[in-house]
Design a binder for this molecule. Structure first.
Ligand code: SAH
Ligand code: SF4
Length: 388
């Protein structure tokens, strides 16, 4: 594990049973620890009053409970999106986002979705992604992934709310940190631990085919989103340089296998970039690729980053969407401010590097979270415009 002291939040309940047994305590003590950590959201072992002092001390010597320290908080104008910059014990900075959907928009019940990071930085280098432009720093441990959810669960509890969904759409490529991602999913969905329904968890991948096939065999009901961004290989390899040998066709086949194995339909994410992948012709090509697969396409007008990529006009987005719908492809556009913040992970950290970080500072963001990143290590120039 990456944490200096290992985290309780990175342990599967069965592992905690064993540890508590090693301390000579009965199994129900493990249940009390889990209850305190995930239901009462205790910030430290000293708060676990039901436990004997000796066990509290032993646990505290071996494990940590709050490995994430909040160094910055940014709240959207409407208060529905909260983006946090969290610092790990070794100084690593990562981003976590909370997206709240009031009952009217979420179909009758409130939804509070946490978007977690799985890596600090990312090695995939997608040209429009602020995290991709940072390069790869390190994998996060499962405890560091779960800690992001627990941190926001504490924040929500103060308002009488709780986490209803978790999406792995923050910094990093979850399937390139497979073991920690799977462990985090198991802890988050274990009824003895965080206890989320498996169907309330979604993993987003840039398209690691081996990882998709492994995930299909896990016997889980988690949702899968594949970041497609282009209907053909030439365009996709420009936007996702590490797509390399994997063709769009192979990705479609992997999505089909995932659906057949799990019964869960895959979502394709498509970051719409002006002049790159937003033409009518590209939309028609996408229809031919996706039609009949039953998959859903999520169009995400790109958040501008230092690379110079721009989001298409609203008219262009709607025209693209109309071609998909008329072609029989299920799709939605992620346009409302706040919801798109998850797609811009990496921007807060990049911005923060160029500013003095205020301790626990709370600021209100304007508009659509589209703060151009002040410092990307490898600035890119956008490609020449496509003809429409
Ligand atoms: N690495 C995974 C998960 C994290 S990225 C993946 O790529 O799927 C989550 C989503 O945000 C992806 O669909 C990604 O393409 C999208 N994204 C990244 N940067 C973006 C930007 N600047 N604007 C819009 N979407 C972006
Ligand atoms: Fe990595 Fe996803 Fe960003 Fe691509 S879009 S660089 S895979 S985090």
């Amino acid at each position: 594990m990456n944490e200096a002291k290992s985290s309780l939040l990175g342990l599967l309940p069965a592992e905690l049973d064993t540890l508590v047994g090693e301390f000579g305590a009965p199994r129900y003590r493990a249940d009390q620890v889990l209850h305190a950590a995930y239901r009462e959201l205790a910030g430290g072992f000293e708060e676990m009053r039901l436990l004997p002092a000796g066990l509290r001390k032993e646990l505290g010597e071996r494990l940590t409970l709050s490995p994430a320290r909040e160094v910055r908080r940014v709240v959207s104008d409407d208060g529905l999106t909260t983006k946090l910059l969290l610092e790990m014990p070794d100084g690593t900075l990562i981003e976590t986002v909370l997206m709240e959907y009031p009952p009217s928009r979420a179909g009758g019940r409130r939804r509070s979705t946490v978007c977690v990071s799985t890596q600090a930085g990312c090695a995939m280098g997608c040209v429009f992604c602020a995290t991709g432009q940072m390069g790869f720093e390190r994998n996060l441990g499962a405890g560091e992934i779960v800690a992001q959810v627990v941190h926001l669960a504490r924040l929500l509890r103060a308002r009488g709310e709780h986490v209803t969904n978790v999406v792995f759409m923050g910094m990093g490529e979850p399937l390139a940190n497979y073991a920690a991602t799977m462990r985090a999913v198991r802890i988050l969905t274990d009824p003895r631990a965080f206890g989320l329904g498996q169907r309330h968890v979604t993993i987003s991948t840039v398209g690691v085919i081996r990882g998709i096939d492994r995930l299909a065999e896990e016997g889980l009901q988690v949702g899968l989103a594949i970041s497609l961004h282009a209907p053909n290989d030439a365009l996709r390899r420009r936007l996702v340089p590490t797509a390399g040998p994997h063709s769009v066709r192979e990705l479609m086949a992997a999505a089909k296998r995932y659906f057949e194995r799990t019964g869960r339909r895959v979502t394709f994410e498509y970051a719409l970039i002006a002049g790159e992948n937003d033409s009518d012709e590209t939309a028609r090509e996408l229809v031919r690729l996706v039609r009949g697969s039953g998959a859903h396409v999520n169009l995400i007008p790109v958040n501008p980053t230092a690379g110079g990529f721009r989001r298409p006009s609203r008219q262009r987005v709607l025209a693209f969407e109309r071609i998909l719908r008329e072609g029989g492809v299920n799709c939605t556009v992620r346009v409302e401010k706040g919801t798109e913040i998850s797609a811009a992970c990496g921007q807060l950290r990049t911005d923060a590097a160029a500013e003095v970080i205020g301790e626990g500072e709370v600021e209100v963001m304007e508009g659509a979270f589209a703060r151009p990143s002040a410092r990307a290590k490898r600035p890119l120039s956008p490609a020449p415009s496509q003809s429409r």
